[in-house]
Design a protein around this ligand. Structure first.
Ligand code: MRU
Length: 370
């Protein structure tokens, strides 16, 4: 997608053919910086410190991390150490496990001398597939948004369709296009009259900083709201559809996504508003059924709740980023990063294989899709 006049991806193979470039997402939207990863430890740090984030991108970064590991040491021991450490970086998004297992399968039977090249080939395939999946999610989701716009028109309402999204499930969370934002990009390019409500998404504010940045770069009309405003908007007919991504979805359709997603799903259900979840099939964890019981929820640092970073309003127009404290010194805080939305609250899944019912049978239909 575009930043200024230049097309970017969130991650790429360096020009030297052996390092990896990423956009450092921590200071966006105020500072645009890229970072070079040269070792698997760099990749692990980038995931852990959220230089890169978003389930599909975490998976791709893990895969690149393994490529980097094998370039310097292709023994079984080095392979296993890198996999173990990369896997431990963030626990919730299943794409990381999926990508690392796929990479292991692609290399472990090969002689050591061939492993690094094979890893590079495999990560190239994963990257290409991620882009193609998000593109397909965009196309399937487009049909839903077009239909909504037509229905609105038929009712004589010459108004934009109103979409509410949570966190960032755009191209910065994937390699390109995004999951939940891909249909929005495609619809906007097709001329669908739309507007996006962007949840700020405390505590790390991926909505306010990343989703707003992405949408703005593409010229898409949007408004950032505090996380608590969604219910009010829904009660006042200001939301036609909720569209979010997911970090892990069980085989029965329970959705694990950024903390606060569940509350939006409840409010949507209460107001009879469709709640769609967009995902590539690599985000489905076929080994589990019960989201609440079986998905490990990442508990992040208390500091993310206690403090808030932002750009200082300086008179000289400089870009100074600082954190300020929000709570009294004695305050304890708690910071679960994800929650579970039960399948019963999900209208349907928008996947790269089509639009699927939020049930075990619905998801299994993937196997019969071409
Ligand atoms: O903690 P993050 O920023 O890695 O979490 C990402 C999300 O939860 C997003 O909502 C997203 O939908 C999943 S990735 C497309």
């Amino acid at each position: 997608m575009n930043i200024g006049n230049k097309a970017w991806r969130s991650i790429w193979l360096g020009e030297d053919g052996c390092s990896v470039g990423v956009i450092d997402q921590r200071k966006l939207p105020h500072v645009f910086k890229t970072k070079t990863l040269r070792t698997w430890q760099d990749a692990a740090d980038a995931i852990k410190s959220m230089v890169v984030r978003g389930a599909p991108l975490i998976g791709v970064t893990g895969a690149y991390g393994l490529m980097l590991a094998l370039q310097s040491d292709a023994t079984d021991k080095a392979l296993n150490i890198a996999i173990k450490n990369l896997m431990a970086t963030r626990p919730t998004a299943v794409n990381l496990r999926w990508a690392l297992e796929r990479m292991r399968k692609a290399v472990f039977l090969l002689p050591q001398s061939e492993r690094a090249e094979a890893a590079k080939r495999e990560v190239g395939l994963i990257v290409a597939e991620d882009v193609a999946c998000c593109d397909a999610i965009g196309t399937y989701g487009l049909s839903i948004l077009q239909k909504l716009a037509e229905d609105k028109c038929l009712k004589g309402e010459d108004l934009p369709i109103q979409i509410l999204t949570h966190c960032n499930a755009g191209w910065l969370a994937t390699v390109d296009w995004g999951t939940a934002l891909a249909p929005i990009y495609k619809a906007f390019r097709k001329g669908v009259n739309l507007h996006v409500w962007v949840d700020e998404t405390r505590p790390r504010n991926q909505g306010a900083s990343l989703t707003s940045y992405e949408l703005g770069c593409e010229g898409i009309p949007h408004t950032v709201i505090v996380d608590n405003a969604g219910g009010y908007l829904m009660q006042n007919n200001q939301v036609d559809l909720v569209l979010v991504g997911t970090d892990r979805t069980t085989k029965t359709g329970d959705v694990c996504n950024k903390i606060g997603t569940y509350l939006k799903a409840l409010a949507a259900y209460d107001n009879n508003i469709p709640f769609y979840v967009a995902l590539p099939i690599s985000t489905i964890d076929w080994s589990i059924k019960e989201g609440l019981a079986e998905i490990p929820i990442e508990i992040r640092s208390e500091n993310e709740v206690k403090q808030i970073p932002g750009r200082l309003l300086s008179l000289n127009g400089g870009v100074d980023i600082a954190s300020v404290k929000l709570v009294p010194d004695f305050a304890k805080t708690f910071n679960p990063a994800f929650d579970i939305t039960p399948a019963r609250l999900v209208t349907a899944f928008i996947t790269d294989k089509g639009i699927l019912a939020a049930t075990e049978e619905g998801l299994e239909a993937i196997y019969s899709c071409s």
